[in-house]
Design a protein. Structure first.
Length: 875
């Protein structure tokens, strides 16, 4: 204020005409008479004011919403731009170009213009803060379109949700939004406001004819008003010529809310009638019908039902809404009962696939009570989906009882209805982890599907049969032939047909993953996920994302796996299924363990076990198993064994599927080896070897070999190293990079213990490279530590002749035969001993010579006979 008083009395008097200033300098306040033609005097006074305030530090003046400026303010700005202050002054303005008066636009064209776009999706978290959940941030971004003001208002108003068809008409503008948007409508005349309201009724995008019909006025009048609304930037031209849309969805909401409730009912009726005359589809008319139809109106019911049927497989949440409205309009009499029954079943399915499980289950049971026995296929579909919902809610016994009851009531045991029920019984057996009871539900369903030539049903049955056999531990040439046939059938199905039995992609993708075909698995799981999103079948998305995540995890793409499991967790929470949540958390525990964050992995594992509850099913066993794995890598092998054996149902792990048991046995062997229980580790290795031999799969063979390496690591490190090297090769064949790295790491440590620094270094380098590429940071750190130990010791040389001298006469004899390339069986025949005896001698020879494989025995013998350490002990 002291600086301002430095202005002269004349300037002070001029400024008091526009600014709320107090007494100025001097003994009196002059009465300034400013003629219109002398406005430049005021402009000069303002410039002098800025110069005074700016000295000496400078001045930044910010003018917001300049598009609302009056003519006098624009004239002042023009003068100040043409006659800038003689001081360090920066003027920053914000305005909407489309709403700016022409003179303002011309003036500002001389300034430096910075076009500010909406916030990007990635910036929303920073703007809203970490407290907003990811799903809520996406929802607010979709509605707010990146506008910071609208985002702030929406974030404060928890009632707002996004629905592309209904968000604007259905929402109530909050006080903050009303304050933000009221200026857009305050200056409108009655004709402009009426057209603006009619445009809000018409839809997200509209033409003048439809607005004229809604407003019940002349088309030419509407076009003239639209021009004025475009000038005000309330409306903007849309992509289609002759079509328009609101500047922002929330502006449309405000326009809608300014209209009277009764007028809106009539306006929606006029919109529905106009669209009907145009031949518009039911989906375009349904929301107008919803807001204008009378109870019992058959034409309205037909439109809403048509819209529901059309959207059932694409946007089932929308279909569920239309069905709810239809049921509300349906007369409560006997003639409407068949339609009510059908609508109940349809809405229950729509609710189920969008995650509203409890509501869906209630409607499904109501529909079953009303459906006659003669409607066998419809009853089977309703019962089948009810079983899906029951399983997602953890009600396995209820699901099985319902399906068996429906199956017993069928008149035709070879009908499509029977196939549908048997497929659900087979699915229930897998999801509850019943690997001891064998019933040919899936195979019987497959026979029925082939008989009826239903390709989509056939694909589901075939995929179920393959996975059923796999989880029973059956892998043979027929398994791969069936897998190829299933893949061909699924690939030949159009998206529309496959969407009716989308479970086929789940069963097929998981089977391909288990049978070590990761590229094919991802292709089918990706397609299934795309269709699940398109059709809103949320109940399948967790299975699909977990299949993707498991495949990525085995391929060593750990961050992609973590992203999949995080998505699966979000979807599981939306569905309300504790079982799916337990599986998602458990798999996150697995990947987090591999990534080396052991504290977080333990937290996730504990959460998974808590979500699984007290049930003894497969979900719970897997959750406990992956927590046990996290315990081992957090240096708690004793608890690892206790958790896994108890949850698995005993040493045979009957609660876990045979296909995965080799991996669990390897985990137990590693834990017992850590505790120096070599004999028990050997028992686990034997179990793993027995299973792997029956399966013939590279990954399972790798687990068996690695389990044996754990068992031998203390007593016979050279022999153990050979098993670890072989395990790495098996894992590499399967594409399992992290487990291959684990095998290389163990081989390197064991070879270093045997004194073979060169081979040890190569194994550790392979392990380090794999862990680095995969992002397995915990294992990577262990590999680095092992490499440092090897490098610190440097190459170690010992007398091979001394090692040869440690051999017994029989061992030396066998060593020389091994060096010639003879097999154990050939040596046994020549020496008249058993092959087992030769195997024992060979193991001792390799340990005493400190070589990793029998191929190195010849070099060791040659070096000893030559009196030196020449030659390589390489693999």
């Amino acid at each position: 204020m002291e600086r301002i008083t430095q202005l002269g009395e004349d300037a002070w008097g001029l400024l008091r005409t526009v600014f709320p200033l107090g007494r100025g300098p001097g003994p009196k306040q002059p009465a300034v008479e400013l003629l219109d033609i002398e406005r430049y005097r005021l402009h000069r006074a303002v410039r002098a004011l800025w110069e005074t305030v700016a000295a000496p530090e400078g001045l930044v003046l910010v003018l917001d919403d300049l598009h609302w400026a009056d003519a006098g303010s624009i004239e002042l700005l023009d003068h100040l731009i043409r006659h800038p202050p003689r001081a360090r002054v920066v003027v920053a303005t914000a305005f909407r170009p489309r709403q700016a008066p022409a003179r303002l636009s011309a003036i500002l064209s001389q300034a430096e213009l910075i076009e500010v776009g909406p916030l990007a999706a990635a910036e929303i978290e920073q703007f809203l803060g970490p407290g907003a959940a990811a799903g809520r941030r996406r929802e607010l971004y979709d509605v707010g379109c990146g506008n910071p003001l609208y985002l702030q208002a929406l974030a404060r108003d928890g009632r707002w949700t996004h629905d592309a068809d209904r968000v604007c008409p259905a929402g109530d503008a909050s006080d903050l939004l009303r304050a933000s948007l009221s200026d857009d409508f305050a200056a409108l005349g009655s004709a402009e406001l009426g057209v603006a309201q009619a445009a809000a009724i018409a839809g997200e995008e509209f033409d003048a004819d439809l607005v004229a019909a809604v407003a019940d006025c002349d088309r030419n009048e509407v076009l003239a008003v639209i021009d004025r609304l475009v000038d005000r930037d309330l409306l903007r031209p849309a992509g289609v010529p002759g079509h328009f849309r609101y500047r922002h969805p929330l502006v449309r909401t405000m326009a809608y809310q300014t209209a009277g409730a009764g007028w809106r009912v009539a306006a929606h009726a006029r919109a529905a009638a106009a669209l009907r005359q145009r031949g518009a589809p039911a989906t375009a008319r349904a929301h107008h019908v919803e807001r204008s139809a009378a109870y019992g109106d058959p034409a309205a019911i037909d439109v809403l039902l048509d819209a529901a049927v059309t959207t059932m497989h694409t946007t089932p949440a929308t279909a569920a809404h239309w069905l709810e409205v239809t049921l509300r309009l349906l007369p409560d009499d006997a003639t409407a009962q068949p339609m009510r029954l059908s609508l109940l079943g349809m809405r229950a399915r729509a609710l189920g696939v969008t995650g509203r499980l409890a509501d869906s289950r209630e409607l499904l049971h109501e529909a079953l009570r009303l459906l006659p026995a003669e409607s066998a296929e419809e009853r089977a579909r309703v019962a089948g989906f009810c079983a899906v919902i029951d399983r997602l809610l953890g009600h396995h016994a209820e699901a099985r009882a319902l399906l068996l009851h429906e199956l017993d009531g069928l008149a035709d045991p070879d009908s499509v209805a029977a196939a549908l029920l048997k497929l659900e019984l087979a699915a229930g057996r897998l999801t509850r982890g019943d690997f001891t009871t064998h019933h040919p539900w899936a195979y019987e369903a497959l026979a029925i599907a082939r008989h009826h030539s239903d390709r989509a049903l056939l694909a589901t049955a075939m995929g179920m049969c393959v996975l059923n056999g796999l989880l029973d531990g059956t892998v043979d040439s027929q398994t791969f032939a069936s897998l190829d046939e299933t893949s061909a059938v699924v690939d030949a199905l159009p998206d529309g047909d496959l969407s009716r039995h989308l479970e086929a992609t789940v069963w097929l993708g998981w089977s391909e993953m288990f049978l070590e075909r990761p590229a094919e698995a991802l292709r089918h799981l990706d397609r299934g996920l795309r269709l699940a999103r398109t059709t809103g079948q949320n109940h399948l998305m967790t299975y699909l994302r977990m299949g993707q995540g498991t495949t990525y995890g085995l391929l060593g793409r750990l961050q992609e796996a973590a992203d999949c499991f995080a998505d699966a967790l979000e979807v599981s929470r939306l569905t309300g299924s504790d079982e799916l949540r337990a599986m998602a958390l458990a798999n996150l525990c697995w990947i987090t363990t591999w990534q080396g964050d052991h504290a977080r992995a333990l937290r996730l594992g504990e959460q998974a076990v808590a979500a699984a509850g007290e049930d003894k099913d497969w979900y719970a066993a897997v959750a406990h198993g992956l927590l046990a794995q996290a315990r081992l890598h957090a240096d708690d092998p004793g608890t690892c064994i206790e958790i896994l054996v108890r949850a698995g149902g005993g040493p045979g792990l009957p609660n876990l599927d045979p296909l995965s048991r080799a991996g669990w046995y390897e985990l137990l062997a590693a834990a017992d080896a850590r505790l120096h229980h070599a004999e028990r580790a050997g028992d686990w290795a034997h179990r793993a070897e027995t299973l792997a031999a029956t399966l013939g799969l590279h990954m399972r063979t790798g687990f068996a070999r690695l389990a044996r390496a754990h068992a031998l690591r203390s007593a016979d490190p050279a022999h153990a190293a050979r098993h670890a090297v072989a395990a790495a090769e098996s894992f590499a064949e399967a594409g399992d990079r992290v487990d291959a790295g684990r095998a290389h790491l163990l081989a390197g440590v064991l070879l270093d213990r045997c004194g073979h620094s060169g081979p040890a270094g190569r194994e550790l380098a392979s392990a380090h490279a794999l862990f680095t590429a995969c992002g397995a940071r915990g294992f990577q750190a262990r590999a680095v530590r092992a490499q440092r130990r090897v490098n610190a010791r440097g190459p170690r040389h010992s007398s091979r002749s001394g090692r040869i001298g440690s051999l017994t006469r029989r061992e030396l004899e066998i060593a020389r035969l091994v060096g010639t390339g003879m097999t154990n069986r050939q040596i046994a025949a020549q020496l008249c001993v058993s092959s087992k005896t030769v195997e024992v001698h060979v193991s001792r020879i390799l340990a005493k010579l400190a070589v990793p494989a029998r191929a190195a025995v010849a070099n060791a013998l040659a070096g000893a006979e030559n009196g030196g350490d020449g030659g390589s002990t390489g693999r």
